[in-house]
Every structure is written in structure tokens, then in C-alpha cells.
Design a binder for this molecule. Structure first.
Ligand SMILES: *Cc1c(COP(=O)(O)O)cnc(C)c1O
Length: 416
């Protein structure tokens, strides 16, 4: 069984807390870099392979810049995310705008940055043409509908709001080709937090076969296929990580069978993962401040769902370690709760853990993606700080905690 480990111990965290009080998310720079290298190595057979980090998963420009230094691009889905990518020093076709229901300003800004536009609907061709002018390179998002089963978080493709149908794709590429677009890509994202490796091989096969067909019918060469994100991570101690080397070797087989045997020009393989890239390498560090025994036993911590929504939102499992009690037996059953006036504000329900005392430091694992990013201010809860545990062991604060002034900043009190 895989166990969950930490890149720090109790003593190190106690030192950090002296300067940066709990709660905070802390990201492990070395592990993020090692993981990035592993992904690049797994796809080294594929010339031009690129991962565009899904900024939405961890929209901190320090993290985005760190990933850019490893050769990654940025996948953005809003204007602020485009600006974060820009601030991190990323530009041109190292940015993809994969958005949906997109307002004109975003297309205009993305085009100004030279980003690749990944369009979500056939009507967006005219919309982009009117507001920003069509760029040289365009990609479309494919929704395979009944041709593909779905998975739990993203749902079945037929019910999903994203992408173009198969027939629309042929029409869309023809339209943009006729209007002078020169370079083409195809995108799909049909999974979320998926741990079945074959799912991604299937996606690659669907896309690569489709571009062969579109190539035959419209005589256009594709520069890339984008497999999307959705690569899962092992949140539970027993989960197995995705075998990237296996996925890559299977995709190579599909590539040889489609692109090479059809005589297509080189097609680059892109990914736009978030969770896979940073998810396992972030930790929410929080302190036990209350202990309550009623019909159940509760431990109240100084963090809440403002800092990590996944358990409340999806019933997601996040592993919890009590610092200094790593080797103690799980003898007590607890609900670990935040302070929101919502009964689902719990990081864990009926979790067997070592006996917890007030003042204990709890580390909630796997918060490096869709953790801080998803938080909100409901109930006047302020979002935590973000720290980077650097390769040399030092710690840098990469975002301070929110203050009450931040929370009130959008109100003009002079009108009261
Ligand atoms: C959310 C999202 C991603 C990233 O998803 P992960 O599960 O973090 O890999 C990538 N692309 C698109 C279009 C998304 O909506």
C-alpha cells in the first residue's frame, strides 16, 4: 500500500509558523520540479510535446513561473488568468485560451498576447472575427457526445456544455480555413481526476483518428492535438498514481498507427493538466483550536472551506496527518471541521486518527491544485497565505493571507 509522506517534519513547520501563522498552503518546489521532469521525460519520443499548466488549478504567478522555467506553457480560461500567465513571463503560443462562454475582452487580450485560441463553439468563429479578428492559429474543442462515456466529476459528454459536435468540427475547420487561418489544433477534455490510464490513451486515439479524417476531407495539416487535463492523482493512501510512462508508450502506438501510417505531418502532443502537476505537492497546514464532544467528536481547526472546498463540494477525500503523531495508531474517530456556518464545512468525516490535542498541527494533503484556487469568502472567511518551500529548504511567502481590508475593499463606505 502506498503511504502518504510529507516533505517536512513538525519541527520545521513549527519554525515556519513563528513567521507565518496558520493556516497556510505550502508547496514543495523540489517535488513539483521532479514531477515536471518526469512528465517531460515520459513524452520525450514526441517532438514538440508540451504541457500547458491549467492556471485555474493554482493561479499563483510564482508557481506558474516555476513551471514555465521547466518548459511548460499556461492554459488560461479567464482574463485574470491570462494576466497571471503574462506576469509570469509567458507569452505567444506558450499560452492557450481554453475557455467557454467567453466574453470579447478575453479573446481580444489573448490575441494581443499571441495566445492560441481554443474555441468552444462554432458560433465563436464569427464572434472572434468580429471582436478581435481571426488569429493565424485556431484550435477547437471536441465534444464526442454519445461516442464516449464520462466520469464522475465532469459527467457524460452528451450532458456537458463544452465543445463542438463531430459534424460541427468539419464545418468549423472549413470555415476558418476559408477565412485565412493557417494553423490548426484539436482539443478535448473529457475526464476529471481520472486514474484509469487507458482513458487518456482513448482520448488520444479519438483525437488522432479525427484529425486524420479532417485532413482527408479538408486537406488541412494539424499542428497539435491537446489531450486536455483531468489526469487523476492518488488522494487516498491506497490509490495508485497514473503510470505516465505507460500512457505515453500507448499513445506512441496510437500515434504510429494514425499519424505516421496516414502520412500526416508532425503532430505535437499537448496536455493541459493542473492536478497532476501540482496537486500532490501542496499541503494545507492548520491548527486544532477546539475540541467538541456531543453526539460525535469534533476537532475544530483554524482553517475552513474558504481554503479548501473539495471535501465539502464533492465529498472528496484529503488525507490528514497530525504532525508529531505520524506513527501513532488511529484510535479516535473525528469530524475535522472549519468555522463556517455550514454543516458541510468539514475536511474529514468519521476519520480514524490518532488522539488530537488542542494546539496540534494538522496537515491536509494534496492541496496543490484546486485548493487555494477554489476558495471563497462566504461567511466573511478570509483566505489563507501561500508559501513555497524552496529547493534549498528556505520558505518564501508567495501570497499573503487576506485581511479584513481586502474583504471590504469593494465597498465604498462613504455612501453609508
Ligand atoms: C479544469 C481544466 C483543466 C485542468 O484540470 P485538471 O483536473 O486540474 O487536470 C484543463 N483544461 C480545462 C479546459 C479545464 O477546464
Amino acid at each position: 500500500m502506498l503511504t502518504k509522506t510529507l516533505p517536512f517534519n513538525k519541527q520545521q513547520i513549527e519554525e515556519i509558523i513563528k513567521k507565518y501563522p496558520t493556516p497556510f498552503h505550502i508547496y514543495d518546489e523540489k517535488a513539483i520540479k521532479d514531477n515536471a521532469r518526469r512528465l517531460i521525460k515520459a513524452f520525450s519520443w514526441s517532438s514538440g510535446f508540451k504541457e500547458y499548466f491549467a492556471v485555474k488549478a493554482n493561479p499563483n504567478p510564482y508557481i506558474v513561473k516555476l513551471l514555465s522555467s521547466m518548459g511548460f506553457g499556461a492554459d488560461c480560461s479567464s482574463l485574470p488568468e491570462l494576466i497571471i500567465a503574462e506576469k509570469a513571463g509567458i507569452s505567444g503560443d506558450n499560452i492557450i485560451l481554453t475557455s467557454n462562454n467567453t466574453p470579447a475582452e478575453e479573446f481580444i487580450y489573448a490575441k494581443k498576447l499571441g495566445a492560441i485560441l481554443n474555441l468552444d463553439d462554432i458560433t465563436h468563429i464569427d464572434y472572434v472575427d468580429k471582436h478581435a479578428g481571426l488569429p493565424e492559429i485556431i484550435s477547437f474543442r471536441y465534444n464526442p457526445g454519445p461516442l464516449k462515456g464520462g466520469n464522475a466529476i465532469i459527467g457524460i459528454p452528451e450532458e456537458a456544455k463544452y465543445g463542438l459536435t463531430r459534424d460541427q468540427l468539419f464545418e468549423a475547420y472549413k470555415t476558418v480555413k476559408d477565412r485565412g487561418v493557417k494553423r490548426f489544433g484539436l482539443h478535448a477534455m473529457i475526464a476529471s481526476n481520472e486514474l484509469n490510464a487507458d482513458y487518456f490513451v482513448d482520448t488520444a486515439e479519438i483525437l488522432l483518428e479525427l484529425i486524420s479524417e479532417i485532413n482527408k476531407s479538408l486537406h488541412i495539416d494539424f499542428e497539435f492535438v491537446n489531450l486536455g487535463g483531468g489526469f487523476g492523482i492518488p488522494y487516498r493512501p491506497g490509490d495508485k498514481s497514473l503510470d505516465l510512462e505507460y500512457i505515453s508508450s500507448k499513445i506512441k502506438e496510437v500515434y504510429d498507427k494514425t499519424v505516421l501510417s496516414c502520412g500526416l505531418k508532425l503532430v505535437k502532443i499537448f496536455m493541459e493538466s493542473g492536478r497532476l502537476i501540482t496537486g500532490p505537492y501542496g499541503y494545507l497546514v492548520t491548527k486544532a483550536i477546539h475540541k467538541k464532544e456531543i453526539y460525535k467528536d469534533y476537532i475544530g481547526v483554524d482553517s475552513c472551506m474558504a481554503d479548501l472546498m473539495r471535501p465539502a463540494l464533492y465529498g472528496a477525500y484529503h488525507h490528514i496527518t497530525i504532525l508529531g503523531k505520524e506513527n501513532e495508531k488511529p484510535v479516535k474517530k473525528y469530524d475535522i471541521t472549519g468555522s463556517l456556518c455550514e454543516n458541510n464545512d468539514k475536511f474529514a468525516i468519521d476519520r480514524m486518527l490518532p488522539k488530537i490535542d488542542i494546539g496540534d498541527i494538522l496537515v491536509i494533503h494534496d492541496t496543490g491544485a484546486h485548493g487555494y484556487a477554489m476558495g471563497f469568502n462566504y461567511n466573511g472567511k478570509l483566505k489563507s497565505a501561500e508559501l513555497l518551500l524552496k529547493e534549498d529548504g528556505t520558505v518564501k511567502q508567495i501570497r499573503r493571507a487576506e485581511t479584513i481590508d481586502d474583504y471590504l475593499a469593494t465597498i465604498d463606505f462613504s455612501g453609508l
